[in-house]
Design a protein around this ligand. Structure first.
Ligand code: AMP
Ligand code: MG
Length: 425
């Protein structure tokens, strides 16, 4: 195996006669070749659902001061040590402190400051008596319960201390992270640039959605599902015009597609008379890494380096195409975005089959399924029609049940491995 270095991609050369790769071997080869993309500075609001491309160190403590967790009275705990409902302790209220202000007075023995949640603890006080166990009377307060020193105080730095690395490079920024970054006073952050994915559908049979139906033609749905998947993965999709099944048309389209960061095609990678994608790649001097994987659906999946760009040639059958994307393109895009190795794929879970599953048994079979919680356990309901052309089997499918190579039948109620491809709802 020889190794070449291209623009951001390292691609081993392979012998095309070698046996089919397992999904794991193929994915490993893909990931070996992928390099992280550069970062860009964006406003915090725009960073939502992006991937952090810097590590974030807390510049200050959170909370910045000791403050009260409750509405009540800041006191010296020793003053109210004997307080009960029958024997209340009376304190002089010397100030009222809303959140957002600092006390001007110090709490001395026999005194209290009325204080609202979030307000910084006044000097001299070591506890807060909650308002519910007090009774206010003019400039005084009667306290009916003792408190331990430190009661109802949120300590400075309790959440984060200055200097702590709070987020590593590669963190997915969701609502929680965005809010936290705001609390650290970061109006801008560096996130990975969205990889630009060129999507190219090949096939003489294709018409665009909205064009009048014609005998023998079908709608180019792959462009839409692939663009949607690329966006879900955090990339930016550009859909190119359909390439017709000629070497010239596909070659020209591939040259245009290679302007993007990643190229994804559908169709034309099998062994049919009009499958020109592999020949076009060869003609353009691309390095093909692999083109066959021991899986069903989606055996022919080409991975190559095209003009320094990662190239994925997915099969045309709409289901194979999407499954190929989930298994290989998804983790590649996530790696480009800087996500760490353990989180490139969505998780794999174990679920119980709601009905029996059949497979031809030769190659590992990925069966589309709906995965849901039922009576406290995850249940996988595989779609009835599992043909690689049955796009309706992808509707609402959030998991791929993994039927191992050699297995022809799995009974209802058995536990199976499931690769999630969407959220469990
Ligand atoms: P291919 O992999 O090129 O042999 O395509 C296999 C089959 O997938 C074709 O016969 C079409 O039925 C279907 N197909 C190919 N490309 C698309 C596409 N862009 N959208 C929807 N179906 C497609
Ligand atoms: Mg075709």
């Amino acid at each position: 195996m020889r190794t070449i270095f291209g623009k951001g991609i390292r691609m081993p050369e392979v012998d095309k006669k070698e046996p089919l790769l397992t999904v794991e071997q193929a994915r490993e080869r893909v990931l070996e070749a992928i390099r992280p993309i550069a970062g860009e500075r964006v406003s915090l609001a725009d960073a939502h659902c992006r991937v952090l491309a810097e590590s974030i160190v807390a510049g200050h403590d959170i909370p910045a001061h000791d403050n009260t967790a409750m509405d009540g009275y800041a006191v010296q705990a020793a003053d109210v040590a004997t307080a009960t409902r029958e024997t209340p302790v009376t304190l002089a209220v010397i100030e009222t402190l809303p959140a957002g202000y600092v006390a001007s007075r110090t709490v001395e023995p026999g005194t209290a400051i009325r204080i609202m949640t979030g307000a910084p603890m006044p000097d001299g006080a070591d506890a807060v008596v909650i308002v519910e166990v007090t009774e206010s009377e003019g400039d005084e307060v009667r306290v009916f319960r003792s408190v331990a020193p430190g009661a109802s105080i949120r300590r400075r730095g309790e959440d984060v201390t200055a200097g702590t690395v709070v987020f590593a490079h590669g963190t997915d920024l969701r609502a929680g992270e965005i809010g936290f970054l705001a609390s650290l006073g970061r109006p801008y952050v560096t996130v990975s640039r969205r990889p630009r994915v060129a999507i190219l559908s090949t096939g003489d049979e294709l018409i665009e959605a909205g064009q009048p139906a014609e005998a023998g033609k079908l709608v180019n749905s792959n462009a839409f599902s692939l663009a949607a998947l690329a966006k879900e993965a955090g990339a930016e999709a550009t859909v190119l015009p359909i390439a017709r099944d000629t070497l010239e048309d596909i070659s020209a389209a591939l040259v245009a597609a290679a302007e993007a960061d990643v190229v994804v095609t559908s169709g034309g990678v099998s062994v049919g008379d009009f499958d020109f994608v592999k020949a076009a790649l060869d003609g353009l001097g691309a390095r093909t890494n692999f083109w066959r994987i021991a899986m069903k659906p989606g055996k022919p999946v080409v991975f190559a380096e095209l003009r320094g760009r990662p190239f994925f040639g997915l099969p045309g059958n709409p289901v194979s195409c999407m499954v190929g994307f989930h298994l290989f393109v998804w983790p590649a895009l996530r790696k480009m975005l800087g996500v760490e190795a353990g989180r490139l794929m969505r998780p794999e879970v174990t679920a119980v089959l709601s009905g029996p599953v059949k497979s031809s048994g030769e190659r590992r079979n990925y069966q589309r399924a709906v995965i849901a919680w039922r009576d406290g356990r995850l249940v996988a309901e595989t779609k009835r029609a599992q043909g690689s052309g049955v796009l309706s089997s992808m509707v609402a499918a959030n998991g791929l049940v993994v039927v191992p190579e050699g297995t022809r039948h799995i009974a209802e109620g058995e536990s199976v491995r499931v690769q999630l491809i969407g959220e469990i709802v």
